[in-house]
Design a protein around this ligand. Structure first.
Ligand code: SF4
Length: 383
């Protein structure tokens, strides 16, 4: 085709993938810290015969503990943190007249596509690392300190719905002081394999909590796993940052939906924020061409490569019959939104442990430590 894509082998999904190396390392003296992406908890049950959309964050946490992980933390925590950093980045770009629209940077396949095909527009990508990488960077600093360990004694693992996250974690700039933020990535399917291999009966596990503080999350952090979710989470927080008042409606349903390209606007104190939500690269290309000619009338854009966002990612349990796919995605999506609705705190800036990490360690969004650990730049043409 016309566009270059990430090389094929990166997407190769073997049945055990990185599971064997993770199982081996779990027996070492290192302290193992694990994080799970939002979309995993809404699909892993399918690998154990549960119906599509079964929501099992507590069983997943219990399974990870039984597999030997020392701390069960959560990518959702860093999703909330991403909203703090990215929301402030957007507001600062607007007030300083810097490059707009700003595009999200949490989908590594999208970032790689931009590097390969639209290098002239890289300044439009948010400098925020993805939640996976932000979590990993905190594991080896703040997280290591919590357990009185040195950064090099931490084994940092993530469970992702996405095979491309393996690639993201291996990018040379995703390191701090020479140590990778994330040492190993396993997919939802590979976690399913590990649970079966260990003889754990997933369906009868009790629901357990994630560990604090890096496992605390809000409803906003959880909807990162579905197309439109990052945008909805960002608007809930941005609106309150700009107006100083609670957002009138927490459910911003105008950014939800199935269409691969959705646009909306939201008034904040007389300023209109124009946003777009894009799922799939075909839809992104049309918008990028407009950005190139200065005709894109939008301030902030969320892009996900997978059709329904990460719930439909390449590392999720296989939907055996293609005819069932749409329905399974719909069930998973529904379960993400109902999880959001049932969590008491639904706005990222109200996450008490995110507030605590800023108070104890990071200082402020876009501050010196954030810049060093949570932000990056995109200019690689060689990997
Ligand atoms: Fe990975 Fe797909 Fe999610 Fe992008 S949208 S991060 S490719 S699962």
């Amino acid at each position: 085709g016309m566009f270059r894509s990430v090389e094929e082998p990166l997407f190769a999904a073997y049945c055990t993938g990185n599971a064997p190396e993770v199982m081996k390392e779990l027996r070492s003296d290192k302290l193992s810290l694990v994080q799970c992406a939002p979309a995993v908890r809404t699909a892993i049950g399918e690998d154990f015969g549960m119906p599509a959309g079964s929501l099992t964050p507590g069983k997943m946490a219990a399974a990870l503990r039984r597999l030997g992980f020392d701390r069960v933390y959560d990518t959702n925590f860093a999703a909330d943190l991403t909203i703090m950093e990215e929301g402030n980045e957007l507001l600062s770009r607007i007030s300083n007249g810097e490059t707009l629209p700003m595009f999200t940077s949490c989908c590594p396949a999208w970032v790689r596509f931009m590097e390969l095909n639209y290098p002239d527009l890289l300044g439009h990508l948010s400098s925020c690392k993805s939640p996976q990488q932000m979590s990993g960077a905190l594991f080896k600093t703040y997280g290591a300190d919590i357990d009185n360990r040195k950064p090099e004694e931490i084994f940092s693992v993530s469970v992702m719905p996405c095979t491309c996250k393996k690639y993201e974690s291996s990018r040379p700039e995703m390191k701090n002081n020479g140590l990778r933020d994330v040492d190993a990535v396993i997919t939802t399917r590979e976690l399913g394999y590990m649970i079966k291999e260990a003889g754990i009966d997933f369906t009868t596990l009790p629901a357990e909590d994630f560990d604090r503080p890096l496992g605390t999350y809000t409803g906003a952090g959880n909807i990162f796993g579905v197309t439109g979710g990052v945008m909805e989470a960002a608007l809930r927080t941005a609106c309150e940052l700009v107006t100083g008042k609670p957002v009138p409606e927490t459910d911003l349903i105008f950014v939800r939906g199935e269409a691969g390209m959705r646009t909306a606007s939201m008034d904040m104190n007389g300023t209109t924020f124009r946003v777009a939500v894009v799922a799939g690269l075909t839809n992104a290309i049309a918008l990028l061409e407009k950005v190139r000619t200065g005709k894109a009338e939008v301030d902030f854009v969320e892009v996900m490569c997978c059709p329904s966002g990460c719930i439909s990612g390449g590392g999720q349990p296989k939907v055996l019959l293609p005819a069932d796919r749409e329905n399974v995605y719909r069930c998973r999506k529904q379960s993400m939104y109902s999880h959001d609705q049932n969590i008491k705190i639904r706005k990222s800036h109200e996450n008490p442990d995110v507030q605590k990490v800023y108070a104890d360690f990071l200082g402020e969004p876009l501050g010196h430590t954030s810049h060093k650990l949570l932000h990056t730049s995109y200019d690689r043409k060689d990997c």
